[in-house]
Design a protein around this ligand. Structure first.
Ligand SMILES: C[S@@+](CC[C@H](N)C(=O)[O-])C[C@H]1O[C@@H](n2cnc3c(N)ncnc32)[C@H](O)[C@@H]1O
Length: 365
């Protein structure tokens, strides 16, 4: 009897070896790597440590040469420059999870309202092609909040319908997240389309807000940089000169307000980078990166125009980290640690030792 109880508690507290707690991920439209850094963790932002997650990004793709350079410099060599509109998904590795932010200009409230009919609007079909070929267990597709309102909601409905009927079928839910709720010192909203393969049990819960009503301000994030005008902090000497802010109209060029989160850091650089709250200049590239929660060690090696574009396009790593931890909780729920095996989903032959992607283990989905 005592022995049995002992056994039960050993199983309950069982922690698998670190190497087995790895979920493989592939990243599409990886940009400079904001989403990917948050997903893998193991970074420090403004003195706070974001732990290493069990996600291992085995391959990332973007068609922009400069993004690929920044990613390689800061995140890893596993990125490939590739046009995902035409790239052959059968040559890509299978993975448990597909993550990415398909380009948002076609859907953005500030971009041309081309929507789904444009070539760029069709880029979400790269997700579909990958899902058809590799059937990842979970899909995380990030986009702008305006996607919800395009054509009275018809655009997002079409995208989700298209994603849900792929292969064995997927269920999708939309997480509408505010970065400030997670300690990001910036007003920035993002949609996350979260998909789970239909043969798997359960669904991830959205991450709980850690900073609701405790929003961080712009000065909390960048006050210590006020007297720094050189590269002792990387990219701090890089900014667009302008004597005075034009009247902000929600499209950039705003003067930030001390004591409040910053305006959204935008991707369309130059004349539209927001102004400092007290100094007579626009925000520097480093200040934009700080407000997006990139660590100071994360360097942007290009012109101010290219750097601001990459930073403004990124998911704040801290926000991405909270999403990743929520997805991780779900992935962990699929693994039965008492037998040290993944739960067996319907019509699915699991790999024998760990929760690895089918193609890596040679197991068909
Ligand atoms: C919104 S950004 C992604 C930012 C990224 N998720 C991050 O957090 O840093 C979209 C990315 O899609 C890339 N892109 C646009 N069209 C593409 C295509 N046809 N093939 C591959 N990448 C493309 C752009 O270069 C850009 O880096």
């Amino acid at each position: 009897m005592i022995e049995n109880n002992l056994q039960a508690s050993v199983v309950e507290n069982y922690q698998p070896p670190e190497t087995d707690r790895i979920f493989q991920a592939v990243s599409f439209f990886a940009g400079c790597g904001g989403l990917d850094l948050g997903f893998t963790g193991d970074f420090i932002s403004h003195g706070e440590t974001y732990q290493k997650t069990p996600f291992n990004i085995i391959r990332a793709y973007d068609n922009d040469k400069k993004c690929v350079e920044t990613y390689k410099l800061n995140v890893g060599d596993h990125i490939e420059q590739l046009d995902l509109a035409t790239g052959d998904v059968s040559l890509m590795p299978g993975a448990d999870i597909l993550i990415g932010g398909f380009p948002c200009q076609a859907f953005s409230s500030c971009g041309p309202q081309e929507g789904l009919n444009s070539e760029r609007g069709q880029l979400y079909r790269a997700f579909i092609r990958y899902m058809e070929e590799h059937r990842p267990k979970v899909v995380v597709a990030e986009n702008v909040p305006h996607l919800k309102y395009m054509q009275e909601g018809k655009v997002i409905e079409t995208i989700i319908n298209d994603l849900e009927v792929v292969g064995p079928g997927y269920s999708f839910k939309v997480w509408d997240l505010k970065a400030v709720d997670y300690g990001v010192p910036q007003n920035r909203k993002r949609l996350f389309l979260i998909g789970v393969r239909r043969d798997l049990p359960g669904f991830p819960e959205p991450p709980s807000a850690t900073h609701a009503d405790k929003y961080r301000s712009i000065d909390w994030a960048i006050e210590d940089l006020e007297d720094v005008i050189d590269e002792t902090v990387p990219n701090q000497s890089q900014y667009f000169r302008a004597k005075k802010a034009k009247k902000g109209n929600g499209q950039g060029d705003e003067v930030n307000v001390k004591g409040q989160p910053s305006y959204t850091i935008r991707a369309n650089a130059k004349s539209r980078v927001q102004f400092h709250y007290s100094l007579p200049r626009r925000l520097t590239v480093r200040e934009c990166a700080r407000l997006q929660t990139f660590p100071d060690e994360f360097k942007f090696p290009h012109s101010a125009t290219a750097n601001v574009w990459q930073i403004g396009n990124a998911v704040p790593p801290v926000l991405a980290h909270h999403v990743a931890m929520a997805i991780n909780d779900y992935c962990e729920s699929l693994v039965d640690y008492s037998t040290h095996r993944p739960l067996t989903p319907i019509n699915f032959n699991p790999p024998s030792t760990s929760f690895l992607s089918p193609s890596l283990t040679g197991t068909p989905c």
